[in-house]
Ligand binder design. Structure first.
Ligand SMILES: [Zn+2]
Length: 700
């Protein structure tokens, strides 16, 4: 399975985009594209400047935004101790793990006509890059990853909150911190605020696992942390990975016409991901723990921003850590890369509880993204607004739903209350009001709008030819599409051009025009996920999905953290049911070192497992220590090899393993999204049949 970095390494950088595109053209794309002169400064030869309609939209937005409120600007730079000089942090593997050079262009001009002014402002704020004092005793390194690294002074050393995505940025941050503030004291504790990968993946850059196993360094996390850390990304992992290319714009060069940051932070680092299991879990709703001599009150907030998450209050410093529950943005209720829809009412209530438990006296509030807030009045203002932001989204969307507004309309109906729209931190730099509003309906009512037409709809490619026919054919659609484009009616243009592309995936003119329309829509978005999605689709329509050779480097820590049951469940998903028709067998799996046993059953073209049971007459009994099974899950040693050298023992019909293996399929993370963008090469993955293939850790 490829990692995103490896996938990325196969993707042309800004300068090389021309090469792949001209290559693509030579291979037989539209002749018309060659007539278009590239827009100066655009990374893509087919790229277009913003239209006058787009300029109007951006100008109009600028006039309506609360630019008079400059408190974020002051708070973002307050307490700067030292900027980070090196703009790039190398990865141990030789590539660049973190690159702030890419975002320097944001400082070159006061405004860009292809970036929404609100998004530009946020991306500039996220260009902070260095070490900051929050208050004496609390420090943050910001801008080294999607998330912030926080240090709190303990009695014997430094208590660290949320060690980023990968080890290399963490090490660089620790070095900068030690140079100015750390005083050579060691890390005395680590706290993972929640389960997302940008809050623990760099932990090995900071501490040794042996010190955690021995109990020397407490690693504290919310209850069930391990279970939810891995499970959120496994079952639909390949699909999520692919969708990240849209939400996170992974194909797009950093550029005024491309990627301009992620709202939460500039990007996700690409170093070595590791995971050290916590040795102290917070399970009560509220729990006070003395961590290296510092009194901390942990507030569990399950099913908010993450399945497991906790806020922390440090009463003796009047300092409130809001994890990722309160940041300088509206967060995702629905996540474009794909995730179960979150519960905004529950989320709001936990913010309300934090307000009344801690927020009435806190003097500083800080979090795992963005910058702190100082002074009790400011803290209360933010907490109340964030509480109401999520509650309003829940309540008002359901209010409309109860009056018949559907999932296909709500984003055009629901609006964030004006007062909250004027609060910068309530604007949609991660979640957008549009996709969150749809998410709330999805959560409560599901995908169906209750119109039977959409109950069992034809697949787009099956319905599109009739539309094309009824609209009078491709030429008419292209002509009308161009008119709509030229009139700035971009959403209307997508309606008909998408039908044409669905019906005729090889129609290069249609794809190019749809790309032009998407591009304008992308420029107009305040939300980076929406911007990236439009621009990514435009890129793929123009260039096709990139291709290249890759190798496997899934983090062993992540595989080890997968439960055997999760692994077996995933095998049930990897298996192609169509290849299992008529198969029927039962396997007893025993993993003596951790005392687990399973029945794995193949019947009805379905692979199921049940923990804690053994079949009386299994066709096969497989006994292998879980610590050895991990080698197979990682793809390091096949099950065959484990059996051959006696690491695993089998009783019964060993041929079953071959039969089962033949039903397993590799997932390719480059599947087609927009019609006619497909690769011409074969699948690039080549996993062992019993490899776990968990997808890379998804940060948020
Ligand atoms: Zn995060």
């Amino acid at each position: 399975m490829t990692t995103r970095r490896e996938f990325l390494s196969t993707i042309p950088a800004a300068g090389a985009a021309f090469a792949i595109t001209s290559n693509f053209l030579l291979e037989g794309s539209s002749a018309q594209a060659e007539q278009i002169a590239p827009h100066p400064g655009h990374f893509h030869p087919k790229g277009k400047p913003p239209s006058r309609f787009t300029l109007d939209v951006l100008r109009g937005s600028k006039a309506s935004l609360p630019f008079a409120d400059t408190r974020d600007l002051d708070e973002q730079k307050r307490g700067l101790i030292a900027s980070m000089e090196e703009l790039q942090i190398p990865a141990d593997a030789g590539h660049i793990a973190w690159d702030m050079k890419r975002f320097q262009f944001l400082e070159e001009k006061d405004e860009f006509d292809s970036i929404h002014p609100s998004l530009l402002r946020q991306s500039r704020l996220n260009n902070n890059y260095g070490l900051y004092e929050v208050i004496p005793g609390i420090y943050q390194v910001r801008g080294f990853d999607l998330s912030d690294l926080t240090f709190v002074r303990g009695k014997t050393g430094w208590i660290v909150f949320d060690p980023l995505v990968s080890a290399e940025p963490v090490r660089a941050a620790w070095k900068l911190f030690q140079k100015h503030v750390g005083g050579g004291l060691p890390v005395s504790a680590v706290i993972y605020s929640h389960t997302h990968g940008d809050h623990w993946g760099g932990v090995r850059g900071l501490i040794d696992e042996a010190d955690v196993l021995s109990g020397k360094i407490p690693v504290i996390a919310p209850v069930d942390f391990m279970q939810f850390t891995i499970s959120e990304n496994v079952y639909a992992g390949n699909a999520m990975n692919r969708r990240l290319f849209y939400q996170y714009g992974l194909l797009l060069p950093a550029s005024p016409h491309g990627y301009v940051g992620q709202g939460l932070g500039q990007a996700v680092s690409a170093g070595a991901v590791g995971l050290i299991a916590p040795n102290r879990f917070v399970s009560a709703a509220l729990e006070e723990i003395e961590v290296d001599g510092v009194r901390m009150i942990f507030q569990n907030t399950p099913n908010t921003e993450a399945p497991r998450e906790m806020n922390t209050y440090i009463p003796d410093m009047k300092a409130l850590w809001m994890a990722e529950n309160v940041i300088a943005s509206l967060h995702n209720i629905y996540t474009l890369r794909g995730a179960p829809v979150r519960d905004p009412l529950n989320w709001s209530k936990y913010i309300g509880e934090a307000l009344y438990r801690f927020g009435l006296e806190a003097e500083v509030m800080f979090a795992s993204h963005h910058w702190p807030r100082w002074g009790n009045a400011r803290i209360q203002e933010i907490l109340r607004q964030q509480r109401d932001l999520y509650a309003n989204m829940n309540n008002q969307v359901l209010h409309y739903a109860n009056q018949g507004v559907t999932i296909n309309q709500i984003h055009n109906v629901y609006q964030v209350p004006q007062g909250l729209q004027n609060a910068w931190h309530c604007r949609g730099y991660h979640g957008s009001p549009q996709h969150n509003a749809r998410g709330v309906i999805q959560r409560y009512l599901g995908f169906w709008d209750c119109n039977p037409t959409s109950l069992i709809p034809l697949s787009p490619a099956d319905s599109a030819p009739l539309y094309v026919e009824m609209m009078g054919g491709a030429d008419k659609i292209l002509q009308r599409g161009r008119e709509l484009h030229d009139e700035g009616k971009y959403l209307l243009a997508t309606e008909i051009l998408n039908k044409l592309v669905q019906a005729q995936p090889d129609n290069a003119d249609a794809k190019d025009l749809l790309a032009d329309v998407f591009e304008q829509l992308g420029y107009q978005q305040e939300n980076p996920g929406l911007r990236n999605s439009f621009l990514a689709a435009a890129y793929e329509l123009r260039t096709g999905i990139p291709q290249g050779e890759t190798a496997s480097t899934t983090s062993p820590d992540v595989i080890r953290a997968m439960s055997t049951e999760l692994f077996l469940n995933f095998l049930g998903i990897r298996m192609d049911s169509r290849k299992a028709d008529g198969l029927r067998f039962t396997i007893n799996l025993v993993t003596p070192d951790n005392g687990e046993k399973f029945i794995i059953e193949m019947d009805n073209a379905t692979l199921t497992n049940i923990a804690g049971f053994q079949a009386e007459k299994a066709d096969l009994t497989l006994t292998i220590n879980r610590s050895d099974l991990v080698q197979t899950m990682m793809g390091a040693k096949t099950l065959e090899a484990q059996i051959a050298d006696g690491t695993a023992t089998v009783q019964g019909d060993i041929g079953i393993l071959k039969v089962l293996a033949a039903t397993m399929v590799d997932f390719d993370p480059r599947f087609e999204i927009m019609p006619g963008t497909k690769l011409r090469t074969a699948t690039m993955t080549n996993a062992d049949p019993y490899q776990a293939m968990p997808e890379k850790i998804i940060a948020e």
